[in-house]
Design a protein around this ligand. Sequence first.
Ligand SMILES: Nc1nc2c(ncn2[C@@H]2O[C@H](COP(=O)(O)OP(=O)(O)O)[C@@H](O)[C@H]2O)c(=O)[nH]1
Ligand SMILES: [Mg+2]
Length: 479
Amino acid sequence: MSESGSKADSGRGRRVKERLRQWRREARDKSHWAAERLLDRRVCIGITGLSGAGKSTLLTSLIYQLSHPHKAQLPGFAPALNGDLLGAELKPALDSGLPPFDYEQCLEALLSQPPRWPESTREVSAMELHIHLRRRRRLAGPETRTLILELRDYPGEWLMDLPLLQMGYRDWCRHQSHIIGGDARAGLAPQLISQLAALQPHAAADSAQLDALWRDYRQFLLDCRSRRKLSYLQPGRALLDDENYGLLPLLDLRGYTEEQLAAMPDQSVYQTLARRYRDYVREQVTPFVETHFRHLDRQLVLVDMIGTLFAGEQSLDDMRLAFGHIADIFRYGQTGLLRKLWRPRVDRLLFAATKVDQVLAADHDALRQQLGQQLQQAFAGARHRGLPLFCEAIAAVRCSNESQRNGRRMLMGHDLEGRYLGFENAEIFAQLPREGEEWRHYTGAAPPQLRPPAGMAKGQCIPHIRVDALLNLLLGDKV
Ligand SMILES: Nc1nc2c(ncn2[C@@H]2O[C@H](COP(=O)(O)OP(=O)(O)O)[C@@H](O)[C@H]2O)c(=O)[nH]1
Ligand SMILES: [Mg+2]
């Protein structure tokens, strides 16, 4: 071999070695994580739901139940029933780069005297729960093992923004104009809707006018939520903070072709709004998918099925619309942007109706049936993609007890002001209401909001309904 050849070889050899060293370094950094995942020791669960769905409360209850195995009432979760659940430790999820969930503060609120609900939060948070389990079939090696449960809690409003990744501004306008035209929304802000429809795409943008419209539009979204209990609202972040996203749909683009719109001057209303739309997607939606969403192994979606059902037909229809979009998202983005952004990982999608302690036990299953029907309708096209769907009906903190009065079953509990009360909820039927008469049965009959029960600190237990069944769906195959 010539001298120059061997020099080149040794140069290449050095480079290869350096490369190998670098890979090893990288692998070392990541290996504990990847190995844990491979060995089924780590599972990352996303918990979402619109504000008020019950995320913080469920997380607190879940962590409490798993960390107090001797007090936990989890007979439906095999490791607890069999005495194999030894306990759990809460740790910050350092790899996630997300702020920790404030378990201590949420628990303190629930256990205080008088008990309170946790403060409402609007941000994403994460933590790790290291669950210690006794090994059943032990050939050799340690007697215990640890399952690392990474829990990530994020607002469902962010999920409602994911469809934006798949459409440009023009498509979003058409989509919104279709939705806003529906009864449930149009009646809430007729003046705003006619102002939006009257905006001329080619006119020069007047930023003061657009800012004023944005403020009205944001209020309109908030009203859709609070007065109609609607779910599918965009931009979702407008419901959580008061940033000036300035994202407005143009409701009448019928006279324009795509080319005409694209050729409009930079300062036109259309181009200005299209720019804001792109900025919003780039700065808000994409980073959420990149840094957070695609790391999830399992997704739990909490829904206030009782609140939605008693709010009426439009609210239930809108929930189905939102589910339909969630179904699209979990088809792993067969097309377009989502596919590029997403490494498919979520292998289970769970929905849980929350706060079922507001209705009699006899109605719990009917609620679950109704949630199931909503999902079946919304996921009809998505099911064959093979992502298993599950649904449950739970109460993270059971605030009521049943008793018999004059031959009738009643619920007893405290209202938010702390007054003791007894009530009987409107019976819930296993079929979603369809006709007027069926709807009238529910109208105006929503059960009261309840306060957490007193005495949880003393008894050292948090009563719940079917949180163990939920744990089974989430983790049954991992423990
Ligand atoms: N009756 C009852 N109400 C609940 C339960 N969980 C949550 N809530 C109510 O729902 C509200 C919102 O709960 P929270 O956990 O803060 O929801 P988040 O916004 O999704 O985190 C609470 O303030 C309670 O009024 C439950 O298990 N039972
Ligand atoms: Mg919360």
